[in-house]
Design a protein around this ligand. Sequence first.
Ligand code: ADP
Length: 560
Amino acid sequence: MDSDFSDLRSKALETLSKKGKVNVSQWGNDIKKLIEELSIHQIELEYQNEELERAQAEVQRKSDEYADLFDNAPVGHIILDKDQNIVNTNNTFAKLLLLLKEEIIGVPIQKFISPLFTDTYYHFFKLLQKGEIFAQVDLRMRSHRKSDIYVRIDATSHPQSHFYRLAIIDISIQKKLEDQLRKETEKAIKSETQFRQIVERSSDVFFYQDIVTRRIKYMSPTITSVLGYSQAECLQMSSSDQLSIMLPQYREFSFDLVNNLLESEVSGHDFISTEYEILTKDNTIKWIKASYSLIRNHNGEPDEIIGTLHDITPSKTYQKELIAAREKAEENDKLKSAFLANISHEIRTPLNAIIGFSDIMMNEFEEKNDSDNLSYITIVERNGHRLLELINDIICISKIESKQMAVSISEFDINELMRDSYDVFRLEAEERGLSLRFNNTPAETMINSDKDKVTSCIYNLIKNALKYTAKGYIEFNANVYDDILNFYVTDTGIGIPHEKQKQIFERFSQVNYTSSKDGVGLGLSIVMGLLQLLNGTIEVRSEVGKGSTFSFSIPLVNNN
Ligand code: ADP
């Protein structure tokens, strides 16, 4: 603008000098020209003025824009003077502390620093004062309206101006996350340490390996006591090295491991376990029990196999010894039973002779009315019979136990067997003053089973009922229902205490206070053994002083 004025002035002066001496007669014209000149100049000035106003408005707009940008910048700003008083700030920072700018400007910054961070701030500002151009610090700020917030301050200092610019951002969330992360990491480290201690002290060997390459990524150090190879040697092993340790017959399992694991997951199992033999570093064979499960990555894809190995060689050896010992014991038992069966058979032959001749002698003494000798020979004959019964029982149980007892199925009438049983025991019952009952069913009921064994079971149970009943009655009967033969015998005898009702089926077992001089405790175990051979079952219901009911069921052989 000034330059335009001076241009005009110099232009006017130049014109005047060119004209030389001032001619008064020319004045009228010159004045006119001057007025014209001034008018143009006036218009020019007006234009220039307008231009000026426009430029000023532009400057104002720009300045407002910058002020707005400063005020609402995403970062809080503070300008400090050399005494650390806040000389300017923006809305962003004021909002951080829930204050108005007016409540901040003119206040020393220390007023907004949390007491715990006074020292931190002091050292930070010291750096700036010492001439550091940039400095950064994380600390907590607060106001009377806002509790502590974590902020990051980036400061720049201007050595000549003694002003400091501070840019402030809220990092509370970041700090919270960092804090959480730190805690989680500490927790993870702690649990990993605990886990490692458990793993490394456990007698089980833990490992995990890549699902594709089968490279071992971790193997607990206890592996050395199992395999002889060190932890480091195991980590070096390729998949084929690992396979070569397994005895060949178990390797197939390892090929299919991943598929097997996936399949077992589908059927709801977390792991699969197996047993195999391995060759240790010093060429000894050991039994291993191994369990495997899958570990999936964050996308849910199978990533690793995790597993445990346990040396079960001692228990396998023990198991083998146990099996061998059991087999030996069973063999011995069989031999003993076979021996008993044989020896009893041998005893039976002379015994039959004794009983036979006793019978003949009894008849002779009866004919001669020799009552003394008759009573002696009766004792011999009765005891001979008891001995024979006992020998027969021993032969029977020995044959059952040495598995020499064969099942022989034939067709017979069960009702006829009932009638025969009645006839066999009627006299003995009468002699003992007991009533023997059964529902005589004349109808023929043919069944297929082992007649001798069924008969033996029935006789043994009726015999017991007679033996253990002093007064009252004994009732028995059989029926066939749904291809099952059911038999029962009820007595009004002494009964069996509840707690003994299982035990009486064991060999030589007798209920103490009922122990009879007529038995050795073999009857019920013979019944049990015979029923087992016929796939039958037996039950007892009894009450002490009231009586007992023994019942058995045998599935019948269907010939159709
Ligand atoms: P035992 O030769 O002693 O009769 P058993 O094996 O036939 O041997 O029976 C075992 C025990 O069961 C008997 O000693 C007796 O105590 C008890 N017992 C068996 N049957 C009866 C019964 N009907 N009433 C009471 N007790 C019985």
